[in-house]
Design a protein around this ligand. Sequence first.
Ligand SMILES: O=C(O)CCC(=O)C(=O)O
Length: 270
Amino acid sequence: MTDPNSIPARFERDGFVLPLTGMSTAQAAAYRAELETAEQRFAAQPDLRKCLRRYPNLVLPFVDEISRLPAITDAVAQILGPDLLVLDTPFFIKEPHTKHYVSWHQDLHYWGLVGEEEVTAWVALTPATIDNGCMRFVAGSHHQIVDHIDTHAEENLLTRGQELAVKVDDSQGTDDILAAGEFSLHHGRVFHASHANGTDDRRIGLAIRYIPTSMRQIEGGNMAAMLVRGEDRHHHFRECRPPSGVFEPGDLEHWRDMQGARDKVMYRPT
Ligand SMILES: O=C(O)CCC(=O)C(=O)O
């Protein structure tokens, strides 16, 4: 009989699993320090900022490293199987006392994937709390496909300010409270959102989008993905190359090529 507390059983029932341990608090602090050292480059090269929201794993070695941590990939493999690609790894950063929020949405709506076998591991590099705007999930909402509207609202952290075209009762949300170094897993169809950060510190999360190597993309899609566990016998996605250093020119060239193809799919009219 399946254990109702196992990761796959909780994922299937609720559409999310939390909290899980990905690394120690000290390791999370070390990764945060690496991020903040890299961010110092933005003053001279503001364009690099974009890399944090699209495939930072192609230009920042520590992000590639996090996406391969066995504590994370082994948990994901229990749901998706042993052969895993990473489709993207956007940072979701909320600065102290800012109004940035995330509206209720489902991830898979715009992603150009054929199928629903996708799992996001949202890794906390700082604590995620109610006060700093942790994610919130509606348990069991992943069994439906709902229309979205694009609001392009300025303070919405999502690419198109997209939100569900149905009203969600905010009190139904389960808070994704995590200590630094912990992570949650969520289904690409689960309703989720987050409020603004009203605290004195940043809220930093890395959202790693895992898919099985068997996943297909929509016709005409030319997206890339990084093999991080097992073997790719399908080759449905262009292969990404791990970075050779922090914002190295050759890696940035590779990043431009890969992110262009993903933008084309993400911003297509739906
Ligand atoms: O970080 C957040 O508050 C939202 C993240 C999110 O929507 C996602 O990872 O899919």
